[in-house]
Design a binder for this molecule. Sequence first.
Ligand SMILES: Nc1ncnc2c1ncn2[C@@H]1O[C@H](COP(=O)(O)OP(=O)(O)OP(=O)(O)O)[C@@H](O)[C@H]1O
Length: 300
Amino acid sequence: MGKVIEIKNLKKYYKNVKAVDDVSIEVEKGDIVAILGPNGAGKTTTVETLEGLREATSGDIYYFGKKVKKIDHEIKEQIGVQLQNNSFFENLTVKEIIKAFAGLYKKSVPVSSLLERFKLEEKKNSKIKNLSGGQLQRVALAVSVVNDPEIVFLDEPTTGLDPQARRNLWEEIEKLKNEGKTIILTTHYMEEAEKLADKIYIFDMGKIIAEGTLNSLIDSLEMSSVIQFETEENNNLKKYYPKIKIIDNKYEIETNNVEKDLIKIMEISKEKGLRINNIFIRKPNLEDVFLHLTGRSLRE
Ligand SMILES: Nc1ncnc2c1ncn2[C@@H]1O[C@H](COP(=O)(O)OP(=O)(O)OP(=O)(O)O)[C@@H](O)[C@H]1O
């Protein structure tokens, strides 16, 4: 399909903070690319540099195969931006805000179609300050495609939303992809990256620590399952079976042989007189990938 964005060796240093430290990213046309990482990992700095809102310390950015020194108007016409803090004027209405943004571009989608598309018709005359979190995020999404862009940047589009509003927004994002748009989104929710992304870049402390499709990242763990369980009292079970890890006050065993490890847990519990609670077996996920690479949890 061809690359629409390429970043090579991007660095953004503040005085003593390496916010982005030698990051290279490739984005194929029509893909959803997720930049996943904990707070402060450098996600926003990376996308805001691509959007022309911050200037790189060094590195090269290519749009549509052409190296760009400055993110100029020509590029801005082709990208849509949803900023992390939707800093819309609180006293303007939904319709006024979308109209104001439409006015910034040479070409724009009719405001009425955006209101309909993002289920905002009922709220078109409501002031921004009176919207719910989910409605506000839908306005932000509408604004991000007001110029019918080729590429859409979404910075933590579902942060703070309840699960239902989050799922609704995911549907909207998938619809944009189905229309052929390329989407780059930052998130610290692994479920969001798992659900939406064709390609995932995992960031930590300004660096990319892993990249690939969901399957390739999970396969790199070389385990088929994770057994999770709790005991009534806290015990250091690690000393009885070194494979046991303690994560968020729960026990975990990463395994390629579920039966063998389940038997082992039962043996230990019998021998030590422990009562096991909430035992369940799950597939490995991106949280496990992050934990393996950093020794920390994504949520920390
Ligand atoms: N203008 C600035 N001046 C100094 N340091 C900054 C500035 N902007 C960001 N940083 C620092 O750069 C690092 C990366 O920040 P960034 O906002 O890109 O992370 P993030 O992954 O987007 O995090 P979050 O999910 O919290 O938004 C952080 O340590 C942050 O404190």
